[in-house]
Design a binder for this molecule. Structure first.
Ligand code: OGA
Ligand code: MN
Length: 235
């Protein structure tokens, strides 16, 4: 009997070092197999159970008192992670390690990670936005983990990453010509196990309308912007 090793055309798995290099040089990173398939399956099952039990809520925009729903901007339904299941615990542990690694590499002073499941039904989208605004330093690093097995390239639902805001401001001082028409930096398929990481204040991004249900966990490493010892509340 001969055993042949089948070569799968899978993308390189990526790793933490490559992530740090990419964040330093370009500010974002696409990490194709960041989470184990087993953990992804468990997280997906959990999120499907929430969807069936109607335990996902329409997402809003803004924080605290300026939080509002706006279906013109985003249509996904979400549920914040509470760390109560084994799968969530494992995921949050992995993210806590990543937080330590980011702090050691960049002295970012990240102190917390907040994350929610997000589900986009057919036709849902999230228009171009920033996750955090300069000067209001709070959300520093965005992560999005995708939980969609066998995602097809023609199903829409890509995450589109646009050029850095600072690069845009420079371009705005130049007279417009064809070469300054904005092109996306990346169009990323929401494939199971993939994690996208980017600097929250720097990169406008959007979720294109999806043709199939699309499940992800969006999360943010935050630094503490509390005043007078009052901890700035999460979400
Ligand atoms: C977000 C977001 C991107 C995605 O929730 O803020 O931009 O690909 N999500 O789900
Ligand atoms: Mn976002």
């Amino acid at each position: 009997m001969t055993i042949e090793r089948i070569e799968h055309p899978t993308p390189p798995p990526g790793n933490m070092d490559a992530m740090l290099d990419a964040l330093a040089s370009q500010g974002w990173y696409e990490w194709p197999q960041a989470l184990s398939p087993k953990l992804c399956q468990q997280l997906l099952q959990e999120s499907e159970a929430y969807a069936r039990a109607d335990k996902l809520a329409p997402a809003g925009i803004g924080r605290g008192s300026i939080h509002q729903r706006n279906a013109e901007i985003r249509r996904d339904k979400i549920r914040w992670l509470d760390g109560k299941s084994l799968a969530q615990t494992q995921f949050l542990q992995q993210m806590a390690q990543m937080k330590d690694t980011l702090n050691q590499a960049f002295f970012l002073g990240l102190f917390e990670y907040e994350a929610h499941f997000a589900r986009y039904e057919q036709g849902d989208f999230y228009k171009k936005h920033l996750d955090s605004f300069k000067g209001r330093a709070n959300r520093m690093v965005t992560t999005v983990v995708y939980l969609n097995p066998d995602w097809q390239a023609d199903w829409g639902g890509e995450l589109v990453i646009w050029p850095r805001v600072s690069d845009l401001t420079d371009a705005a001082n130049e007279p417009p010509d064809a070469s300054t028409i904005e092109q996306p930096l990346a169009r990323i398929l929401p494939e199971m196990g993939k994690m996208v990481v980017f600097l929250s204040e720097d990169f406008p991004h959007e979720v294109l309308p999806t043709q199939h249900p699309r499940v992800s966990i969006a999360g943010w490493f935050r630094c503490n912007t509390s005043l007078g010892g009052i901890v700035d509340p999460a979400h």
